[in-house]
Design a protein around this ligand. Structure first.
Ligand code: ASP
Length: 306
């Protein structure tokens, strides 16, 4: 079998080991494992990295434990505004959507934009109208909203009221992302998210932005990011990893650590997953947790949270 590999993140965050229940931990790890195995199966059968990424992310979008699709983080008004993006390393094609409220699978919509339009990023209700006409499944916005997230938002708003301070940075949830290498040597990266809890309505983070939340180029690497998105945009995080690997011949692990360290000097935290052209994987993070999984070129498999 030619070299194939996959790595996934289920969001960098500051979970507390003592307050995270065994059930929550199991849900996150099962979600990662199920998505990873489905994606890997596609790669094993000769499917493309884009297929594998779309499938794996769609599985996680349907699990309420992740901040993507059902269970997405809520805006300051308690609504959802979803972002997703996908990038192909073969030709550096990109498709992304942002601020959508009714598209059932944001990653599927991102892929549609990449494959069927000359644009890269579509936003808001006009994007929904176009994608609905194109045949993508639509749902009511409430479909994505969980009671758990409503309670969390209420708590944050009450605390904010008490301290008169915005503190969205404390609540980073489980955005999802996948990087994959298929048997034809094609690298790709994709992400899907609700953004950050209590975000300003209209805010778009790094997740759908090529170069910030994701980047892929054949023969070099594929990268996906999670964390406080503004810092990942300001540092062009995913492209910075790629540039270090391509031009300075840095290995992916060192490059990711360099970028996370740089982000930390600005005050931001999060995680990166990356895959090089030989199927090596790395999944570092600077938060207390990041649900993650990988199967590298040697078939070595991990699923971890802390
Ligand atoms: N990066 C995402 C954003 O800023 C959040 C996350 O990764 O959880 O929208």
């Amino acid at each position: 079998m030619s070299t194939i590999a996959i790595a996934l993140h289920g969001g960098a965050g500051d979970r507390n080991r003592t307050t995270t229940t065994p059930q929550q931990e199991q849900d996150l790890c099962n979600g990662i494992a199920d998505a990873m195995d489905a994606g890997y199966e596609i790669l094993k059968n000769g499917g493309s990295s884009i297929e594998a990424i779309e499938r794996a992310i769609m599985i996680m979008e349907e699990r309420p434990c992740f901040n993507a699709g059902i269970g997405a983080a809520l805006t300051e008004f308690g609504t959802v505004e979803l972002d997703a993006g996908i990038m192909e390393g073969t030709n550096r094609n990109v498709g992304a959507i942002a601020g959508v409220q009714r598209i059932k699978s944001p990653i599927k919509a991102a892929r549609y934009v990449m494959e069927h339009t000359p644009q890269v990023l579509l936003i808001g209700t006009r994007a929904e109208e176009f994608l609905s006409k194109a045949g993508l499944e639509m749902v009511e916005p409430e479909y994505f909203i969980t009671e758990e997230n409503q309670r969390l938002l209420e708590k944050i708003l009450a605390e904010q009221q008490a301290t008169l301070q915005q503190h969205t940075e404390k609540v980073v949830l489980g955005t999802v992302g996948v990087v994959a290498l298929d048997s034809n040597g094609n690298l790709a990266a994709g992400n899907s998210t609700g953004g950050m809890m209590n975000k300003r309505s209209g805010r778009v983070g790094d997740t759908p932005i090529a170069g910030a939340g994701m980047y892929a180029r054949n023969g070099v690497c594929a990268v996906a990011a999670t964390g406080y998105g503004e810092y990942f945009i300001r540092t062009s995080a995913a492209h910075e990893v790629y540039a270090q690997v391509r031009y300075a011949h840095t290995d992916i692990s060192t490059a990711c650590n360099n970028v996370l360290a740089d982000i930390q000097t600005l005050g931001g935290r999060g995680g990166l997953i990356a895959l090089d052209a030989n199927g090596n994987t790395t999944l570092p993070f600077t938060t207390s947790s990041m649900a993650r999984g990988a199967i590298n070129a040697n078939g070595e498999r991990i699923v971890e949270l802390w």
